[in-house]
Design a protein around this ligand. Structure first.
Ligand code: FMN
Length: 202
């Protein structure tokens, strides 16, 4: 298998998508990929973060995680994005990161990146698919190669059966409800596998 460079770009307020990003990184490394785990920069004011103890705790705990930038996207053969559902779509922090890649896009440097997305929401029908679809729309503009999981592995059923990308619901205390680690790990391996074929064929 070709050597694949995988960037995992996440945004998380209370830790769910960070945990999913970490699972994805571990599985990708085990599959032989070189990885970078980076976060979309926070945009919320300090007062908003401080008003939610879980958010504040996570914000402080991940201060040392590097912020994502265009160099990470240019470096990567493949990118796994992970961000929570906000009113049925992606959070402003991740949208801001995507939108600030216009220079890279204009230079043709987003073309043929292999991408897949993961998300979370409080409710099992709280908008996960809508969030993932809106993200994939932007990836079509990037000329990226979208590698959704489909139903390519049994772990997807155990994680709730989302073929658009791994998704999980989160209870009031911020705990994940479904067992989604297997689906996340499979999605990471599949993204690396698809990227490997693109890299080999280039
Ligand atoms: C402003 C806002 C909007 C949200 N909108 C939704 C929503 O549309 N559907 C839903 O089920 N959960 C919604 N949630 C809950 C988040 O999706 C949930 O807290 C998140 O998935 C946790 O991920 P994280 O721990 O990585 O931040 C919303 C939360 C916030 C703060």
């Amino acid at each position: 298998m070709a050597n694949v460079k995988l960037a995992i770009v996440y945004y998380s307020s209370t830790g769910t998508n960070y945990k999913m990003a970490q699972w994805a990184e571990k599985a990708a490394q085990d599959a032989g990929a070189e990885t970078k785990l980076v976060k979309a920069p926070e945009l919320a004011p300090e007062e908003a973060i401080a008003s939610n103890p879980l958010w504040k705790e996570h914000y402080e705990a991940t201060k040392d995680v590097p912020e994502a930038n265009s160099d990470d996207i240019e470096w990567a053969d493949a990118i796994i994005f992970s961000a929570p559902t906000r009113f049925g779509t992606l959070p402003a922090q991740m949208k801001n990161f995507i939108d600030t890649q216009g220079g890279l896009w204009a230079a043709g440097k987003t073309i043929n990146k292999v991408v897949s997305w993961m998300t979370s929401a409080q409710n099992p029908h709280g908008g996960q698919e809508a969030t993932l679809l809106s993200l994939y729309t932007s990836m079509m503009h990037w000329g990226a190669v979208i590698a959704t999981p489909g139903y390519s592995d049994d772990s997807i059923f155990a994680g709730g059966g989302n073929p658009y990308g791994a998704s999980v619901s989160v209870d009031q205390d911020g705990n994940m409800v479904e067992d989604v680690e297997g689906a996340v790990s499979h999605q990471a391996r599949r993204t690396v596998d698809v990227a490997s074929r693109i890299v080999e064929g280039s």
